[in-house]
Design a protein around this ligand. Structure first.
Ligand SMILES: Cc1ncc(COP(=O)(O)O)c(C=O)c1O
Length: 406
């Protein structure tokens, strides 16, 4: 395989070509390659019609949307397109799902959430407490914020119905061993639901091989426009009533898409999947199924991102930054939480922005983790830098230089 072709990948991203900003806030939302922008523009110019109509553009947009659904199933490792529903974002989809799960549960049934998660996968489940569902919290262990399976086992019981957990922490970058968690949850007779939002730009999901009953992710973190996608496996689909409305779209195969979804976002996501194919071509990945080629791309991306993460971690340690999460590159994505020893994270983010470097600052919507588990409320959370496949060493060095000058 070729060395990672980061320069040619960057050349495909208009925002990166403009070189106005060093994008190290990718965990909040990724930049888009040209072909995604073109697909969105084409959808807006030529396909801004209702689906399910008899006229040509309507037939075209309906077929293209369903083709993207099928490819999304393949991306997730799901066996059939009807296991995938689109929505405006992950939070809305989890909220819809949690409401339906609540309808299927009885008073006294139990649900487990984690305090490693983004609250998109916590609060909709905690709200079930108002219906008499007992909500327990699986807490990560200090000092690195790692979820331990023994702690999960201690929370499970005969009334546990569902465990909602993240596959990767958007705040610390920590990876969670999804198949191992699913085994424990399944042994307790409960459903497992994973948040793949932070994982998907860094690792190819494999929902059915992992045994998940449900999962969610946001294509807009994976080089597509703002969009959410839900996977529901057979067990959940059999037990849950979807949010069926009287004007329910008969073309929606699993009835989890109330109303009209964004054609341009869905077709833009299809083009983001094409982009992964472009990366495969640039890597000289041999011909094969799309998913096999994506697997090779993600393997190369993991190596590239690990080198960047290592560079960033070493640089921050050299500069005396306070760091959170796992100490080294193992067991994490290319997302790093840190603080300046003297300055507040918001202040650091402003200073870095003045130097042309974009990072996040605060709680990363993982309040339980950042404030309660890591005790960072008084400090205002942390700074977060997040790299993806188009990040290069010059981005990391720009951040380190600007941090050193603060
Ligand atoms: C891990 C994780 N889960 C969920 C979300 C919420 O995603 P959305 O904006 O699609 O609702 C985010 C967004 O940052 C996230 O990082």
């Amino acid at each position: 395989m070729e060395p990672f072709p980061v320069a040619s990948i960057r050349a495909r991203f208009p925002a990166l070509r403009r070189a106005e900003l060093v994008y190290l806030d990718n965990a909040s939302g990724a930049q888009l390659p040209d072909r995604v922008v073109e697909a969105v523009a084409e959808a807006l110019v030529s396909l801004q019609v209702n689906k399910g109509g008899a006229y040509a553009p309507s037939r075209r947009v309906t077929a293209r949307k369903e083709a993207v659904r099928a490819r999304t199933a393949s991306f997730l490792g799901a066996s059939a397109p009807e296991h995938v529903a689109f929505g405006p974002n992950a939070t809305t989809l989890v909220t819809l799902l949690a409401r339906s799960v609540g309808d299927a549960l009885a008073v006294g049934d139990e649900v487990v959430v984690t305090s490693l998660d983004h609250h998109a996968n916590v609060d909709p489940w905690r709200q079930l407490a108002a219906r008499g569902v007992v909500v327990r919290t699986w807490r990560p262990r200090p000092p690195f914020g790692v979820l331990d399976l023994d702690d999960l086992r201690a929370l499970l019981g005969p009334r546990t119905r569902l465990v909602a957990f993240t596959a990767a922490s958007n705040a610390l970058g920590t990876l969670v061993p999804v198949p191992e968690v699913v085994d424990v949850v399944r042994a307790a007779g409960a459903w497992s639901f994973a948040d793949l939002v932070h994982l998907a730009p860094h690792a190819l999901p494999d929902v059915e091989a992992w045994g998940l009953d449900g999962a969610v992710f946001s294509p807009y973190k994976t080089f597509a426009p703002h969009l959410g996608a839900l996977y529901l496996g057979p067990a959940l689909r059999a037990r849950l009533a979807p949010p069926r409305l009287s004007f329910h779209d008969p073309l929606d195969p699993i009835a989890w898409e109330p109303g009209t979804q964004s054609h341009e976002a869905i077709l833009g996501w299809g083009a983001a999947l094409d982009h992964l194919g472009d990366v495969a071509d640039a890597l000289d990945v041999p011909a094969g199924s799309e998913r096999t080629r994506w697997r090779s791309v993600y393997a190369a991306v993991a190596t590239h991102e690990a080198a960047l993460t290592d560079r960033l971690l070493r640089g921050l340690d050299r500069l005396g930054a306070d760091r959170y999460g796992l100490p080294g590159v193992d067991g994490r994505t290319a997302t790093v939480a840190f603080n300046h020893p003297q300055r507040a994270p918001a202040d650091v983010a402003r200073g870095l922005a003045d130097a042309g470097v974009a990072v996040a600052a605060g709680h990363s919507y993982a309040y339980d983790l950042m404030y309660r588990e890591l005790g960072l409320e008084a400090r205002g959370g942390s700074v977060r830098a997040s790299a993806v496949h188009y990040t290069d060493a010059s981005d990391v060095d720009a951040l380190l230089d600007a941090f050193a000058r603060l």
